[in-house]
Design a protein around this ligand. Structure first.
Ligand SMILES: O=C[C@H](O)COP(=O)(O)O
Length: 323
């Protein structure tokens, strides 16, 4: 049973490209075709038994374990970080012969960076901070840039920014490019994840074009959603974004990561997302340097499923808190 995603050679950061309006104009997405393809995904690579358990464990190593609530406290973040360090009960891991399994990162608001860092000390698990006026992104630009800089200075290794949706809705691609490029510069060594808030972008064609603009501006990851929009990560949106990543890789040789986030709460859903990645981008992307789930409750369901696999008996959700 593999402990987590196998180690992969790291890739260079995406340096970006000049904005290419012609590429954007030539990019269109056929929604019915995308929906039809996504409907077929669950049946494409069914996994059962020990394989299913192995894939669930691999999923754990791809999670940005997240708390983004107005009532977050240092205590809640400490409990979350304990879960990130040891995502499952020791007896379950021992039964499967798994050692060293952790989540990929912990994702919090700026104010929770310090308690998260303290709780994760020595674990090697990075802290990601949401930023730029998350979730709406409507703070003044200077405030948004200062927020990034403050979070990097506080020790966040990854910054999850939100884009200005109006730039997409107005087709102002230069404004979006300039915004993301400025965020990238403010991040310095921290990796930049750009949240598109796809549920507010109007069309899959807009999602594809916004994905390309973010990558041209130097995004290390493109991420679907904040988890706060009425519609968050959906498979047609995911397909659109991973095909943009594939097109960008074909054109530049540069690998950009993908993070579906918001509403992914069951192992069954997560395995379909992994099928999407395997089919569209290949195994190289099934690694924490190129793929993350942004999720607050997915881990709890995975732990429950793993307990059922190990014991053969039903496991209730209450037995796996803070996952
Ligand atoms: O970035 C992560 C999301 O906010 C998590 O959303 P969720 O609470 O629906 O799992």
């Amino acid at each position: 049973m593999p402990p987590a995603a196998p180690p992969q050679p790291s890739h260079t950061r995406n340096p970006g490209l000049p904005l290419d309006p012609g590429w954007l104009r030539a990019t269109r997405v056929n929604r019915p075709a995308a929906e039809q393809y996504c409907a077929s995904l669950p049946g494409r690579r069914p996994v059962t038994g020990a394989h299913r358990a192995a894939w669930m464990l691999r999923t754990v190593g791809l999670i940005d374990l997240t708390t983004l609530a107005g009532d977050d406290t240092p205590g809640r973040v400490q409990r979350l970080c304990a879960k990130a360090r040891q995502p499952m009960r020791a007896d379950l891991l021992a039964a499967l012969g798994v050692v060293g399994l952790t989540t990929a990162a912990v994702c919090v608001y700026h104010e929770m960076i310090a308690p998260a860092l303290a709780a994760l000390r020595g674990s090697g698990i990075p802290v990601a901070a949401v930023s730029t006026g998350f979730p709406a992104g409507l703070s003044p630009m200077a405030t948004r840039l200062a927020e990034i800089e403050a979070s990097v200075a506080a020790g966040a290794a990854e910054i999850d920014i939100v884009i200005s949706r109006r730039h997409v809705l107005l087709g102002d691609w230069a404004a979006l490019y300039d915004e993301v490029a400025a965020f990238r510069a403010a991040c310095g060594p921290a990796h930049l994840k750009t949240i598109l808030a796809t549920g507010e972008l109007g069309s899959l064609t807009n999602v594809a074009r916004a994905s390309l603009v973010c990558m041209m501006a130097g995004a290390d990851f493109i991420k679907t959603s904040t988890g706060k929009e009425p519609v968050n990560a959906t498979l047609p949106v995911g397909l659109t974004m991973v095909r943009a990543i594939r097109a960008y890789h074909a054109a530049t040789g540069q690998r950009v990561g993908f993070k579906p986030a918001g509403g992914i709460s069951t192992a069954k859903e997560a395995l379909v997302w992994l099928t999407l990645i395997k089919e569209e981008l290949g195994d190289r992307w099934l690694s924490p340097d190129l793929f993350r789930f942004g999720a607050s409750s997915l881990l709890g369901d995975i732990e429950r499923q793993i307990e059922q696999h190990v014991t053969g008996a039903h496991s209730a959700a209450w037995r796996h808190p803070m996952g």
